[in-house]
Design a protein. Structure first.
Length: 499
């Protein structure tokens, strides 16, 4: 044969088969051919080449005659199994093909790492960007502070809040929620729990925290956080992912936000009348009733009206809104608006130096307190919903919706309340007041992700149990598992005319 003994750099790796099969391999070939005749024509003027031929499984190997193509020093199938190799070149050919496999494996590992990295970024991008915006606020506080370069009190705080509630109005599927209106017992439980039980219980906890000498502004922030309503987006998404009653969650989220505009300010007014909070009381030097009316008016203008405008537009042009929702990524835009709002709040806090009064001990207590509040109240309402009382116990799907709607708190409405209460005064503490709300939002997302996994398994066990009972009652015969077909594989040998 006219093949010289040479190192791996002289080998020409050639593909014979379909392009689709070649793409699956992910290997770079010197040349590619769809049939043996094209390959044979290629070898006419390659008498001094050492060709390594890799053959697709769709090629009939009986048609390959090595006497016609003496340049072939080895033949491999697409599984990297050697079908033929010159004995004089066995070692360098094996080394060369092994190197190709190693490079392929390394590339696959890198791709898997990249895919894993993208998955992590996609899942935790909100948390990553949250850290980034806080860092930017620390480095350039004058840009986004109240009264700063961009007048964030109008362009960001007011603009983002209106945008958030407008997008919520466009996104909420009102017509699909009508079937959930009759579940009065579920809605009453969620709203009383979210807007009354949690605020009053947390208020009692806040009075205990005062005895621990925790920063008073953080304690007021915890009270405002607990008095806020449930969130619209995250609880419905987590309920859906956990296989719960998505529409019940969505309806209670909308209902909670509408009621929260009126109930939450009243609760905060009531709690902050306590002389313990004199230094941060919103009724100082003014009539409390007048302040409440101003706050309600602000909430109606910035939250309620934009929401209903979005709902009207959705009802008039539902198809166009759905198309826009997909093209403009409403969910991501909502998250970015929230992050922009947080950035402006932190810019003001860093510019006024309000975080300097917070000690590391206070921050640690706040993180643990927020996490404890979420875990305790989400567990408690799940226990209440599953009490084995006749005509009371909720289904597993409804319980998931109740759990998420009852314990989650909306970052948007929380910051809106802080701006409504302290927008024209005490700007130096608005960042501190927002901190409990921001930390609670992050923790409810993180802990909620774990709860989704556990609750989904709980729902699946319930479905499997119900299915098993039904099968036992109906007594459906199972198919014989021995009725399996055995797939035979055929091994084809390459003809070697040199033997």
């Amino acid at each position: 044969m006219s093949i010289r003994n040479c190192d791996k750099n002289h080998f020409s790796l050639v593909w014979l088969g379909n392009e689709s099969d070649e793409d699956v391999l992910g290997i770079k070939f010197i040349n590619e051919f769809k049939n043996y005749d094209e390959f044979k024509e290629y070898t006419v003027d390659k008498s001094h080449c050492s060709i390594l031929l890799m053959v697709s499984s769709n090629i009939l190997l009986d048609n390959i005659f090595l006497t016609d193509t003496p340049q072939i020093c080895a033949v491999y199938n697409d599984k990297f199994v050697c079908l033929y190799c010159l004995s004089t070149l066995a070692l360098p050919v094996h080394t060369y093909m092994q190197n190709i496999q190693d490079e392929k494996l390394e590339k696959k590992t890198k791709d898997n790492r990249s895919s894993c990295l993208l998955t992590i970024l996609e899942k935790f991008w909100f948390h990553i960007v949250l850290i980034l915006v806080i860092c930017l606020a620390y480095l350039f506080p004058n840009v986004g502070k109240t009264g700063g370069y961009i007048r964030s009190e109008w362009t960001v705080k007011l603009g983002c809040i209106i945008l958030l509630f407008f997008l919520s109005g466009l996104s909420v599927r009102t017509q699909q929620l009508l079937q959930e209106l009759l579940h009065i017992r579920l809605h009453v439980l969620v709203q009383i729990y979210s807007l009354i039980i949690i605020p009053f219980t947390t208020y009692g906890l806040a009075l205990l925290l005062i005895k621990l000498s925790l920063n008073k502004a953080l304690i007021v922030g915890i009270i405002i956080m607990a008095s806020s309503c449930t969130t619209i987006s995250s609880n419905s998404v987590m309920t859906k992912n956990a296989m719960g009653n998505e529409y019940a969650a969505l309806l209670n989220a909308v209902l909670g936000n509408l009621l929260g505009i009126f109930v939450s300010p009243a609760m905060i007014f009531y709690f902050l009348k306590n002389p313990v909070f004199d230094s941060l009381s919103i009724t100082n030097n003014t009539n409390g009733q007048v302040n409440y009316g101003r706050i309600i008016r602000n909430l109606i203008l910035t939250a309620l009206i934009p929401f209903f405008v979005g709902q009207i537009i959705r009802l008039l042009w539902p198809k166009q809104v759905m198309d826009l929702r997909q093209k403009l990524y409403f969910a991501e835009v909502t998250s970015l608006a929230i992050l922009t709002l947080v950035w402006a709040v932190f810019c003001t806090a860093f510019a006024t130096g309000s975080f300097q009064a917070i000690q590391k001990k206070d921050l640690l207590i706040l993180v643990l307190t927020d996490a404890g509040i979420y875990v305790f109240f989400s567990s408690l309402i799940m226990f209440i919903a599953r009490l084995p009382i006749s005509r009371w116990q909720f289904s597993r799907k409804d319980t998931v919706a109740i759990m998420f709607c009852g314990a989650t708190k909306a970052l948007t409405i929380g910051i809106t309340l802080i701006n409504a209460f302290y927008g024209n005064q005490n700007q130096d503490i608005t960042g501190v007041l927002s901190l409990p709300m921001i930390i609670y939002h992050v923790e409810q997302l993180a802990i909620g992700a774990i709860e989704v996994i556990l609750l989904k398994k709980w729902i699946e066990r319930g479905i499997n149990k119900q299915t098993s009972v039904q099968n036992d009652n109906i007594n459906i015969p199972l198919k014989n598992t021995d009725d399996l077909q055995i797939v035979e594989t055929e091994t084809i040998n390459v003809k070697n005319a040199n033997k």
